[in-house]
Design a protein around this ligand. Structure first.
Ligand code: OOG
Length: 231
């Protein structure tokens, strides 16, 4: 176990930040595996994968041209309309996404989704290797009602609302041009995707900080909505 994996796990379990921006990390995905193994050792199970930096805006911000990925566990799941407990969080942000349900290595259903990212790095300031080691900031997710996959999902309107007000809007086109491309990337990167796993395709807009008492909702045209309440 690398000291960095232990430090990231400690930051997670104590809701404290680590200063980032300067760690030399030989193999960031190996550190990520260790970080996830520590969660699994506490009884969590893998329920899917998430992609990050799938939008041009985020890639530009990080100065990269490829996506990153991380693991989702059962402990990260918040039921639709459920509560995001801010107690064990550092500085959580919500992003509007779409989720895919896996069956036989392919897409079986699609749903509107929220991802909660909560970087263990101070002020969300990290290098690409640092965010990969930190399981790509994964912290929580909400999946709305599963829908049959419509003929096209490459240009669905997406809105992120806080307490009923639209704070971000965009299109699923921001997700690698088509979120199904994100599914293909997830399959390529993870090697295999198991039945009933969830694939979070990546954010369609910028993320927003979530504060106490706020209700955050994603609406995806034609797919419906999903929400959480922070407390
Ligand atoms: C990295 C994770 C970003 C996405 O959808 O682009 C991400 C971060 O910004 O903390 O999940």
């Amino acid at each position: 176990m690398t000291p960095l994996a232990l430090a990231l796990d400690n930051a997670l379990t104590t809701a404290t930040e680590l200063p980032g921006g300067g760690h030399e990390i030989a193999d960031p995905y190996a550190v990520q595996r260790e970080v996830v193994d520590l969660r699994l050792a506490r009884g969590e199970t893998r329920v899917g994968v998430k992609l990050g930096l799938t939008s041009k805006a985020k890639m530009r911000q990080m100065g990269v041209d490829s996506v990153i990925w991380g693991w989702l566990t059962d402990a990260m799941r918040i039921e639709d309309g459920g509560v995001l407990d801010l107690g064990p969080r550092i500085h959580p942000k919500a992003e509007p996404e779409v989720a895919f349900l896996v069956r036989d290595g392919a897409i079986a259903a699609v749903a509107p989704a929220l991802e909660v990212i909560d970087s263990r790095w101070l002020d969300f300031k990290f290098t690409l290797d640092e965010v990969i080691a930190d399981n790509t900031s994964a912290a929580g997710f909400v999946v709305g009602p599963w829908q049959p996959v419509p003929p096209a999902v490459d240009d669905l309107g997406v809105r992120l609302l806080v307490d009923g007000e639209v704070v971000e809007s965009g299109s699923t086109a921001a997700i690698l041009g088509d979120p199904r491309a994100a599914f293909a990337e997830a399959l390529r990167l993870a090697g295999t995707l198991e039945d009933d796993w969830i694939v979070l395709a990546g954010a369609a807009t910028a993320a927003v900080l979530v504060g106490p008492g706020q209700t955050v909702r994603v609406e995806v045209a034609g797919l419906g909505s999903a929400s959480l309440k922070a407390s």
